[in-house]
Design a protein around this ligand. Sequence first.
Ligand code: HXC
Length: 510
Amino acid sequence: MKDILEELASRRARAQAGGGERRVAAQHAKGKLTARERIELLLDAGSFEEFDMFVAHRATDFGMAEDRPSGDGVVTGWGTVNGRLVYVFSQDFTVFGGSLSETHAQKICKIQDMALQNGAPVIGLNDSGGARIQEGVASLAGYAEVFQRNVDASGVIPQISVIMGPCAGGAVYSPAMTDFIFMVRDSSYMFVTGPDVVKTVTNEVVTAEELGGASTHTKRSGVADLAFENDVEALAETRRLVDFLPLSNREIPPVRPFFDDPNRVEESLDTLIPDNPNAPYDMAELVGKLADEGDFFELQSEFARNILTGFIRIEGRTIGVVANQPMVLAGCLDIDSSRKAAKFVRFCDAFSIPLLTLVDVPGFLPGTAQEYGGVIKHGAKLLFAYGEATVPKVTLITRKAYGGAYDVMASKHLRGDFNYAWPTAEIAVMGARGAVEILYRSELDDPEKIAARTKDYEDRFANPFVAAEKGFIDEVIVPAMSRKRIARAFASLRTKRQDRPWRKHDTIPL
Ligand code: HXC
């Protein structure tokens, strides 16, 4: 028996050594942790249970029969994050560059199947040179098996990807189908084809960092949600994200202890809106003042900054926030902000996370760039997402709600449950100046007349009461009381049920 135990211990030690000391040292020298070190940081101490430690590849070409390391370049298993079940795979760059073979893929698929069956999130720590070159089509088949499971799990369990190394070719498409993508600055990359292929095909000279680094994907493309300084920070923030999410669509989001009075009166909100209606203010300040303990987990904070998306808690319960940001592009909607918010609204709706929408929007951004880029379809994504969302929807208009953007931002007409406005709200087809220029074109050369017309329009429409008279606004509330009113609204909606007609699936504008 002793011999058998020794044999087990020595096999385990060999598997845990990954690609050996030299490659581990190279990994550390790049500022990267190993696959196992990452799992240790991600999960609660001592909670990790491994699957398939002894799985080895079956390839024989290119001398592979003599090189069959245990684990085959990926560590898989399950554990807990603050006591809650999660499944995890962590690619081991020290073994064949973390490349994906047939058996490597099978290990990931096993985790995905278990997670789906048991209703718990999958967290993928990606650090891989892509398809295992020695395996050819077997590796491509492995990728597709993973992709299919990403699709099957979508909207059923949360899927989180942390990009902690290179991620090229097919390797980007699995993360792309997950719900959240985090990257590590200066050590992670995502691209369909790398700089060398780009040079050959398009003659563009570009570095890996410029083509697919964390900055590119969190600021320009919007592919990734957030970028972090190093592995440790990325993993700590992944734990923080998990705390906001339900384990599956069969569960409600977790309820956390809170130490912030839901009835807290926030006098400073009475003066948040500047006297000048065109002056900006920071919508993030309002989000922080509504949230329990001011805690706002913002997503895509560097992309389409004219809209804020992220999670807060009210009375300890997760709330998804979408808020126009007047500090950037005056808070208008455009292609990127519509896509960003639509994706977030759909995630929240899929996972029973109530939605709080804070509105200060002067309309859609005009211009050829927007029209040629298809703003009609992209704007419609957000409209569609709000219209199909059946989770509790509470909306607060702080200032402008103009035109189509008024309709889009979780208006009463898209089945908003509580539609509040501050007394500073202006709900109209467009701003006063633009309206007068259209209605009174013949008077444009008379500035006095135009000024009088503008004042008249403002008096009539630059307030929330016309909409309130029609019942489109349920109540005009005192800003200082916003947290209390919103908390009570969400509390009253905990038993909400709203059914939609049967269909196979909708045809959301893509
Ligand atoms: C097998 C691989 C590998 C791969 C790296 N290695 N990528 N082994 N298949 N795809 C091995 C290397 O041979 C090396 O082994 C070790 O991993 C580390 O690689 P290095 O090149 O020394 O590391 P580094 O300089 O950091 O460069 C990392 C890299 C580079 C940028 C990822 O290795 C690279 O470009 N790899 C190929 C990427 C690629 O083209 N993949 C296929 C994409 S196409 P030793 O023994 O020396 O340690 C694809 C199609 C999928 O994925 C389609 C699905 C639909």
